[in-house]
Design a protein around this ligand. Sequence first.
Ligand SMILES: *Cc1c(COP(=O)(O)O)cnc(C)c1O
Length: 381
Amino acid sequence: MNHRIFLSPPHMGGNEQKYIQEAFDSNYIAPLGKNVEEFEKSICQYTGAQECVALSSGTAALHLALIILGVKAGNEVLCSSFTFCASANPIVYQGAKPIFVDSEKDTWNMCPDQLERAIEDRIAKTGRTPKAIILVHLYGMPAQMDKIMTIAERYQIPVIEDAAEALGSTYLGQDLGTFGDFGVFSFNGNKIITTSGGGALVCDNKKWADRARFLSTQARDAAPYYQHTAIGFNYRMSNVLAGIGRGQMEILDDHVSVCRSNYQFYKDLFKDVAGISFLDEPDEIYRSNFWLTTILIDEKAAGFNNYDLMEALDKANIESRPLWKPMHLQPFFASAEAYLNGVSEFLFNCGICLPSGKNMTEEERKRIRDCVEAFVAEKQA
Ligand SMILES: *Cc1c(COP(=O)(O)O)cnc(C)c1O
C-alpha cells in the first residue's frame, strides 16, 4: 500500500536539531533561554512587529490578548464565525460572550457589512460597544483589512488578528498579524511552521508585551520570594521547542512557496472540471500563504459533492477534510448571538481542504492527479 498523503504534515528544514542541541549543551532545557530570544527576534524581523512573546499555543496567545485588553465576565467580543474553535474559546475562558459574525464570499473571512450591523445592533440592544474584535485570516487568506480596520477605528474597538494560519501572508505588502492591536500565530503541528506545539503573540506596545511575559510565567512579582499580585498562567514556550521554531523560521519562505505551488497544481488539475471553484486571492493586494488549498464543489454542475471526493481520495490513502464548521453551528455555541448572511454555512456545506504538504513531492502529486482524474472521469462521463 502507498504511504498516506496527509493534509498538512510538518516538514523540518534540518537546523531544528542543531538549535535543540544547543539548548541541551547549555542545559537551558526549561523554560527560557537563547532559543526563545532568537525565535522571538526572528518573528519580529520577519513580520515587522515590534514585540513578540513565544507561548505554549496560539490559544494561549489569544487568551492573553483578551486579558490585556481588559475583557472580563459579561463583556461581548465579536469573532469570526467561520473558524476553528480556538478563536472563540478564550472569550468563554474570560466569562465573556462571543458574538459571531459571518463571512463574505471573496476571502471567506469576516464580512465588513455584517460586522458593522453587529456593532450597531449590540450598541442598540446593550448600550455598550463590544469590547474587542477577533478577526481570523482563514487558510492563510487575508481578510478585507482596509474595511475591517476602518470600522474598528470608527467605533474604537481593539482588534486581535487570529493569524494562526496566516504567518507569511500579506495585505498591501504588510504582514498579517501586524494590523491589529495584537496578532496571534500558532506553531501547532499542522501549521505553516511548527514547534510541535506553540504560539506567539505580537504587538507594537512594549508594556503589553511585558504584561504578556509576566502573565505567561505565573505572574511573579519582582520580589526575592514568590509573591503574586495577579493570577498568572503557565503559558510560556520552552527553550527546547523554540529551537525547533528557529530552524522552522529559516524555511518559512520555502514552505510558503511550496504551498503556493500546491495551489497552482490544483488550479491546473481542476481547470476543465465543471462545478469547481477556489478560494483565490481577490487581487494583487492580497497575498496568501495558501497554508491549505481549498475548493468549493457545486454538486449540480460537478455531478459529485465534497464528501464523494473525500471518499475517493481516502480510498487512495489521501487525506482531505471538510472546511471548518462555523461556530454558530457548534452545539456549544448554539445560544450565542450571531450576525449571519448564509455565507459560512454555504462554504461549510460544499467545501473541502486538499492535501497541502509543505514538501509535497512530484510522486505524491501524481497520485493525487491520478485519483482525481479517474474519479472525475467516472462522475462527469
Ligand atoms: C490552530 C488555530 C488556532 C489555535 O492554535 P493552537 O496553537 O493550536 O492553540 C487558533 N485559530 C485558528 C484559526 C487556528 O487554525
